[in-house]
Design a protein around this ligand. Structure first.
Ligand code: HEC
Ligand code: HEC
Length: 371
């Protein structure tokens, strides 16, 4: 066991170093250079947090990656928008995608654990959908490698309850609804309504769910008035003393955009649960012990609106979630060494939360008129 705990930190630190390098390369503005990086680090240590924040080189979001073989068209997006809101997609007409990803919860879930079609309890909390198009691996454990695969999983599986073997019949049923037929013909003239075109349309719509105009984004783009002094103080704590930026790196506020996704064990879902009953998270996908109870750091964009928090919905408030993270999570054999007790004062926790409000997404999903 001692050997394993010694091996782990190296693995995680190497992953972290790599991903920070990858992110800097991939997302920072062109003019960024190693020299700027030093400025950022020095600034984060300075006594004047406002000046320190203003001196930081912060990265902004690039364009949404669009798969080459699935170009976006207005017809697909409009069709997908309607399908996303349409409860007729589910086995019993009780659930649309939107049912579990609503504006009121910032596009996350309302209940700690999601409840699928037929009242079926699901094992995890519904995550936020803003900026999912940037993620190389979907779900808390990264088991789906495309939006299309994820949408098919949600539609066939417990969320909508249709069953893989019934998807073709369901697609045909949807395609016959007057109003949809013409939309399918326009968006997919060759194929019409099939499981594949339905998940492609849903994904085309999801690729438009972009949140890149928060106060943070305006600030990072050069508007120094976009953040208040307290938010700047919170930003410096977030990137510096709090150590949050390692796993929730700007501009995505998650490191899950690097490589095939990055997963960390923070101890969520481990406390007081029998080892054999713990949700093993990433380990189920990789079958590696060190991925035990490791989950994707969710984006913190829109986080003030998405209570409850964590993959098991166990934190009721943002304050509770931030305190858990800042105090080093819950100890267990595989906890990431990047998570430590940062000894933050109550005021410092409050400042970080104030900074997180600079990540509020201004837009909402629009409910379309259904065919
Ligand atoms: C019954 C509630 C429910 C319904 C209905 C539902 N989802 Fe979800 N969604 C969830 C939950 C819970 C998760 C996380 C599951 C996991 O990680 O194992 C999730 C995850 C996702 C993710 C991954 C986000 C990320 O950050 O990795 C996307 C994208 C998504 N859903 C889109 C959809 C689409 C599209 C539909 C409709 C086809 C849909 N959802 C229907 C509950 C729901
Ligand atoms: C070692 C990487 C790591 C560090 C460092 C870290 N986090 Fe996290 N964070 C995660 C992971 C992983 C999750 C998801 C945990 C889960 O649900 O199992 C998470 C979840 C969260 C959530 C809940 C979001 C949601 O939608 O459910 C908040 C809020 C949060 N972190 C804030 C912070 C803050 C603030 C800091 C700094 C004090 C911080 N984190 C430091 C990895 C990290």
């Amino acid at each position: 066991m001692a050997g394993r705990t010694r091996r782990n930190p190296r693995r995680h630190l190497t992953t972290a170093a790599l991903l920070v390098a990858a992110l800097t390369g991939a997302c920072d503005r062109k003019q960024d250079s190693p020299k700027d990086d030093k400025v950022t680090k020095a600034a984060a240590k300075s006594d004047d947090p406002v000046a320190a924040a203003d001196a930081m080189k912060l990265s902004v979001l690039g364009p949404v990656p669009i798969p080459e073989d699935r170009p976006q068209t207005q017809a697909k997006i409009e069709l997908g928008h309607r399908l996303f809101f349409d409860e007729r997609l589910s086995v019993d007409g009780s659930r649309s995608c939107y049912s579990c990803h609503q504006n009121e919860q910032g596009t996350g879930g309302e209940t700690p654990l999601a409840v699928g079609a037929g009242g079926k309890p699901l094992p995890r909390h519904s995550p936020v959908l803003w900026n999912v198009a940037y993620l190389p691996a979907l779900y808390w454990d990264g088991r789906a490698s495309s939006l299309e695969a994820q949408a098919r999983g949600a539609w066939a599986g417990g969320n909508m309850g249709v069953g893989e073997e019934n998807l073709a019949a369901k697609a045909a049923e949807i395609g016959k609804i007057p109003g949809y037929a013409a939309r399918f013909a326009e968006a997919f003239p060759e194929e019409g309504a099939t499981p594949e075109t339905i998940v492609q349309a849903l994904s085309a719509y999801e690729r438009t769910l972009v949140c890149k105009d928060t106060a943070y984004d305006r600030y990072a783009a050069g508007d120094k008035e976009a953040l208040t002094a307290e938010q700047k103080e919170g930003l410096v704590l977030f990137m510096g003393k709090g150590g949050c930026g390692t796993c929730h790196a700007p501009p995505h506020f998650t490191t899950a955009v690097a490589g095939e996704g990055v997963f960390f064990n923070t101890g969520v879902g481990v406390a007081g649960v029998k080892p054999e009953e713990v949700d093993v998270g990433r380990k189920k996908v990789t079958e590696r012990d060190e991925d035990f109870a490791a989950f994707k750091p969710p984006t913190l964009r829109n986080v003030t609106k998405t209570a409850p928090y964590f993959h098991d919905g166990s934190a009721k408030t943002l304050q509770e979630a931030v305190r858990f993270m800042a105090s080093g999570g819950h100890d267990n054999e595989h906890k990431s060494p990047l998570l430590a007790d940062r000894q933050l004062t109550d005021t410092e926790i409050e400042r970080i939360i104030t900074f997180l409000s600079a990540l509020d997404c201004p837009q909402k999903l629009e409910r379309p008129e259904l065919p």
